[in-house]
Design a protein around this ligand. Structure first.
Ligand code: C2E
Ligand code: MG
Ligand code: MG
Ligand code: MG
Length: 282
């Protein structure tokens, strides 16, 4: 009976794998046939400074509205785009749309873009993004690139050189999803970082795990001592915030303070930040 059951599991497992495979092939095919320029867009999620309750930065998050598949989340289509060899086209289109949005915002507000491993592996591609910024006369200090440990891990030496060049040009670098993967303090030491984003998986666990709480507290302290900005990602509830508040986090990004929103809503939110001279100027 045990054997039978095991076989049953194996069959289910295979079916699921098969479905996943067909899913991802379908995604890849649809991406290849998509009018990416028309179907891809960005939403922007606020990063709130706890000290004064103000938002000075938004993370650009990709959305794909496919005529056939409907709205597809980036966790699904970014990987498909990588496999299909389309990720640089996707990144380029989103980057341009993000800069378009940024140009309609007050000048003291910044945007951050997620880069995939294949983006940062190609120096010429990254510099084509840099060129877009310079050509438009946008201050590089308003642009932040989010990279993950997994992305830099492929070749830490090459990644470090690229990030140092971006940093020297004035762009900002954030280490995303810290604590979710092969977190190594080596990256914090080796890379020219401006910001660390603590993965939402950790924030999710602080309510139930004393160890998670201590780790989050330690990373916040580490960032403060190294003069790095620190973002807590994925704060959803007042209850979570109540537990996190004593750890003195500086920046919060989560549903509690704002969902990803279209650029129009960003402009409205900033106009509503009372007494902001920059907001008043727009
Ligand atoms: P990420 O860079 O870590 O982005 C944060 C994700 O957490 C976003 O999911 C955001 O909507 C979600 N989030 C924010 N606050 C909360 C919260 O309070 N609760 C919960 N449950 N989730 C929250 P999203 O937009 O689905 O993006 C998922 C991932 O896809 C991103 O994770 C990023 O790795 C990737 N991604 C998104 N846009 C792009 C892009 O333009 N390029 C690349 N290469 N990757 C992207
Ligand atoms: Mg990110
Ligand atoms: Mg993240
Ligand atoms: Mg991520």
């Amino acid at each position: 009976r045990g054997k039978e059951q095991a076989r049953g599991h194996a069959v289910i497992f295979t079916l699921n794998e098969d479905r996943q495979m067909r899913d991802s092939l379908l995604l890849e095919r649809e991406l290849r046939e998509a009018d990416l320029d028309a179907e891809l867009h960005l939403l922007f999620q606020p990063q709130m400074n706890v000290m004064d309750g103000r938002v000075r930065s938004f993370e650009a998050l990709a959305r794909w509205q496919s005529p056939l598949l409907g709205g597809v989340a980036p966790d699904r289509f970014i990987r498909a785009a990588e496999r299909a060899g389309l990720i640089q086209s996707v990144t380029r289109i989103l980057f341009r749309k993000g800069l378009d949005a940024l140009e309609s915002w007050p000048r003291d507000v910044d945007v951050s873009f997620n880069l995939s491993a294949q983006d940062i592996a190609d120096r010429a591609f990254i510099f084509s993004l840099v060129a877009q910024v310079l050509r438009r006369g946008i201050d590089p200090a308003r642009i932040e690139f989010e990279i993950t440990e997994t992305a830099v891990m492929k070749d830490i030496g090459v990644s470090r050189l690229l990030l140092e060049d971006l940093s020297a040009l004035g762009f900002r670098i954030a280490l995303d999803d810290f604590g979710s993967g092969y977190s190594s303090f080596e990256y914090i030491d080796e890379l020219p970082l401006d910001k660390i984003k603590i993965d939402k998986g950790f924030v999710r666990k602080v309510a139930t795990s004393a160890a998670s709480r201590e780790i989050v507290a330690a990373v916040i302290t580490l960032c403060r001592n190294l003069d790095l900005e620190c973002v807590l990602e994925g704060v959803e509830t007042e209850a979570e915030m109540a537990i996190l508040a004593p750890l003195s986090p500086r920046i919060i990004q989560g549903y509690l303070y704002g969902r990803p929103m279209p650029s129009d809503a960003v402009v409205a939110l900033l106009a509503g930040q009372s007494g902001s001279p920059e907001a008043a100027r727009v």
